[in-house]
Design a protein around this ligand. Structure first.
Ligand SMILES: NC(=O)c1ccc[n+]([C@@H]2O[C@H](COP(=O)([O-])OP(=O)(O)OC[C@H]3O[C@@H](n4cnc5c(N)ncnc54)[C@H](O)[C@@H]3O)[C@@H](O)[C@H]2O)c1
Ligand SMILES: O=C(O)[C@H](O)COP(=O)(O)O
Length: 530
């Protein structure tokens, strides 16, 4: 049974699938302090948040069972991603569910700004019929500058066209082709600042975007510009903005987000007649809240059930087509990693993974994560997982070499995992996925084998002499170890050889020690694959 904690107000309909699941218990506790969360988080396998809960390192450290933090929304700036990655906690978001809603809120803000709607409403309901103070401007024929042409920025640009606006767009990843398709003029930040009548920001808050609109930009800005922030507080410098409004550079500003939320009661935005504000409502529609909660709940279920998932933000994104191709290899990859690590008797210095055949045609990075997990879990147990396996290898200075080649010596696909030990030991294991037959280990060191990678195996190095198979069989029989299958491989008659036995149960150290006492038997190791 998995326990899920919902610590922010998240749509009930959206999380219904979690509530209905037989293997899930959902607890809703909102408004918890950091210490309160630290006190209870150890009981939970998943945590679902919006932007109110700040998921700190301290919370992650107390989260001994936590597998996933699900963000029902886009921004993950309230989650310590590094701490999550270090602890192998997957962070997922719901990037698509609130795009249109936030775009529409941006328009609501832009139109409210153009026509002074909040100010006019306040005055009207206070009993003053004032038709002179609120002369507005049209959007038609105005230039709109969009900084950040991702999901929301692009939707804003699309709708602004329908209002007859001219669009200038800037985004480090906006190509000329895409801009042309959207009818947007590609522009620099400087061109936008100097020419736009309205400007809206749709970037995340990063070290680069923090205060990207500040005093220097306001000084060269087109006079009378109206400016909107429905992205993240801090992209526009709040202090510099107040000065620009008071200096008559900015005619009006509409902010949904603040550098610190909620803002202090004496925040200058809250009393300025030319600035309108909403309390981070960009994503707050019935539709968006259901969408993001459904999306994130679905992925949380997949993660808890160990099924393929998407939208992880502390792992690189993988196209669905690539994922479909790689997914059948995940279990084989992890087992090969585990097998190689169990063969190693010395400290591992280098990990080499060779992909061949079909696998040379795809980005194998997700598969590499599984192989590294298999290797690292040998000594780190559950602490190593596919989220942190690359990070763990890196911080341990393990040299990870990946190669890829089309030829496979007869197999359609082949994964070879080789480890380099401290004193020159080089255990190597290769596996393939055989169409219709499934996973197979086909090579151990220099020996060709055909072994099902599962259960308990005994790997024996010996000298190829008559009687050795019989001796091993008799000894295991005496020790009550039943042999399910046996494979032998040798390089040449009478030379070095290996034997790999699949047995029905755990083999204890005494059995392994007794095996190496047998004549011509050099080494016996147990390898367990689950
Ligand atoms: N107010 C709300 O309630 C609300 C709701 C949803 C999203 N958001 C916020 O809106 C922002 C945009 O969301 P999205 O879904 O469109 O994200 P997105 O990732 O699709 O788009 C962000 C874009 O910003 C661009 N960008 C990054 N650095 C830039 C820079 N220096 N200059 C210009 N562009 C830059 C990126 O290339 C990307 O295309 C995010 O910060 C998100 O958290 C707010
Ligand atoms: O990043 C987001 O998705 C928005 O800022 C929405 O945040 P919220 O879920 O707290 O409304």
């Amino acid at each position: 049974m998995f326990k899920v904690l919902v610590s922010d107000p998240i749509s009930d309909l959206g999380i219904q699938q979690l509530v209905d699941a037989q293997d899930i218990i959902v607890d809703k506790q909102t408004g918890l302090s950091e210490d309160e969360l630290v006190g209870i988080i150890g009981d939970y396998d998943a945590l679902l948040v919006r932007s109110q809960t700040t998921v700190t390192k301290k919370i992650m450290e107390a989260a001994t069972k936590l597998k996933v933090v699900g963000r029902a929304g886009v921004g993950v700036d309230n989650i310590d991603l590094n701490a999550a990655t270090e602890r192998g906690i997957i962070v997922i978001n719901a990037p698509d569910g609130n795009t249109i809603t936030t775009c529409e809120h941006t328009f609501a803000m832009m139109m409210a700004l153009a026509r002074h709607i909040p100010q006019a409403y306040a005055k009207t309901i206070s009993g003053t019929w004032d038709r002179k103070s609120f002369l507005g401007v049209e959007l038609r024929n105005k230039t709109l500058g969009v900084l950040g042409m991702g999901r929301i920025g692009s939707e804003v640009a699309k709708r602004a066209k329908a209002f007859g606006m001219e669009i200038l767009g800037y985004d480090p990843f906006l190509t000329q082709e895409r801009a042309d398709k959207m009818g947007v003029t590609l522009a620099s930040v400087d061109e936008i600042i100097r020419n736009a009548d309205f400007m809206t920001v749709h970037t995340p808050l990063t070290p680069e975007t923090k205060h990207m609109i500040s005093t220097a930009q306001f000084q060269v800005m087109k006079k009378g510009m109206r400016i909107i922030n429905c992205a993240r507080g801090g992209v526009i410098d709040e202090t510099a903005l107040i000065t620009a409004v008071n200096d008559g550079i900015v005619a009006g500003a509409a902010f949904d987000v603040f550098e610190s939320e909620p803002p202090q009661a004496d925040h200058p935005f809250l009393s300025h007649p030319q600035i309108i504000v909403t309390p981070h409502l960009g994503a707050s529609t019935i539709e968006a809240q259901e969408n993001v909660a459904i999306d994130v709940s679905e992925q949380v279920l997949h993660i808890l059930r160990d099924e393929p998932f998407k939208n992880a933000v502390n792992m690189p994104p993988v196209a669905a087509s690539v994922m479909n191709k790689l997914q059948p290899y995940f279990s084989l990859g992890e087992k090969l990693g585990s097998f190689a690590a169990q063969m190693a008797t010395q400290a591992i210095q280098e990990i080499r993974i060779d992909y061949a055949g079909d696998l040379s045609e795809v980005d194998t990075q997700p598969l590499t994560r599984y192989i590294l997990k298999g290797i690292l879990a040998r000594h780190m147990g559950d602490e190593a997982n596919i989220v942190n396996s690359m990070h763990l290898a890196k911080v341990r200075d393990l040299n990870v070499i990946i190669t890829s080649a089309p030829s496979t010596k007869g197999f359609t696909n082949l994964i070879t995992v080789s480890l380099k030990g401290q004193n020159g030991e080089e255990p190597r294991v290769a596996g393939t996925l055989l169409a219709g037959y499934g996973e197979r280990i086909v090579r151990i060191n220099d020996y060709s084998v055909d072994v099902l990678p599962s259960g308990h195996q005994i790997l024996i190095s010996h000298t190829d002499k008559p009687g050795i198979i019989g001796n091993v069989g008799s000894l295991l029989g005496q020790k009550d170890v039943n042999i399910a299958s046996m494979q032998v491989g040798r390089k040449q008659e009478g030379g070095e050889a290996i034997m790999i036995l699949t047995v029905d149960k755990d083999v204890n150290k005494d059995v392994l020690s007794a095996l190496v006492e047998l004549p011509n038997l050099n080494k016996a190791q147990e390898v367990v694959l689950v």
